[in-house]
Design a binder for this molecule. Structure first.
Ligand code: SF4
Length: 207
């Protein structure tokens, strides 16, 4: 996601829950032009922020506006407007989960404390035989045990890239995959690691 600071990356990552990076990249230039730092966003009215986030979708932009204003207020109140550099501090902020925290630690600070496990990392880890779990927390622990810390950030970027370009959830392109000779799921992966269909959403977002 496009960003010029750790603050922008943190906000963009929180906004990306249940939407696409492409859409987030369309709204954040307007958001950060109006609210360039945590102090500015902390002083905003969520309704004004929501007006800048409408492209993220009806039923979503108001909740996301409340999330990022609450996040900015947390940054100002607890960290003087700066983005903290530890997992423990980041996950205490409103709307920030372990995945978002590790994105920020890895991308902005080059110091991940875990592996980012999104839907692609989850699916590919199962297909590649690196985990037997379908729970992100356990998958993260399995990957942290398998790979050295210096590789954690690039590992998730690589798996996400491969998941978007080759190892699709539906119809993975095993014939054109460069690791099909080493993958235990090659040519029979379609039902491995796919999520169950979502139940109707009850509101709220988790990043
Ligand atoms: S061989 Fe198929 S299942 Fe295995 S990583 Fe490649 S695309 Fe995915």
């Amino acid at each position: 996601m496009d960003h010029k600071s750790s603050f922008e990356l943190l906000v963009a990552t929180v906004l990306s829950a249940q939407t696409t990076d492409v859409l987030v990249n369309k709204v954040t230039p307007h958001l950060f032009a109006a609210y360039p730092d945590a102090r500015a966003l902390a002083g905003a009215e969520p309704a004004e922020v929501g007006a800048l986030l409408r492209r993220l979708g009806m039923g979503m932009f108001n909740q996301k506006a409340r999330n990022v204003v609450g996040l900015a207020r947390g940054l100002v109140e607890r960290h003087g407007g700066e983005v903290p550099r530890t997992l423990a501090e980041l996950v205490e902020l409103p709307g920030v989960g372990r995945k978002t925290a590790n994105v920020v630690l890895g991308v902005a600070f080059g110091a991940p404390e875990g592996v980012v496990v999104d839907t692609h990392v989850q699916r590919l880890s199962q297909r590649l035989g690196w985990t037997k779990s379908d729970k992100p927390e356990q998958i993260e622990r399995d990957l942290m045990a398998l790979f050295p810390k210096r590789d954690w950030d690039m590992l998730s970027h690589t798996l996400i890239f491969h998941g978007r370009r080759i190892c699709f959830a539906r119809k993975p392109a095993c014939g054109g995959c460069g690791i099909n000779d080493a993958c235990p799921s090659a040519f029979h992966a379609e039902n491995v690691g796919r999520k169950a269909p979502r139940s109707p959403r009850r509101g709220g977002t988790q990043a």
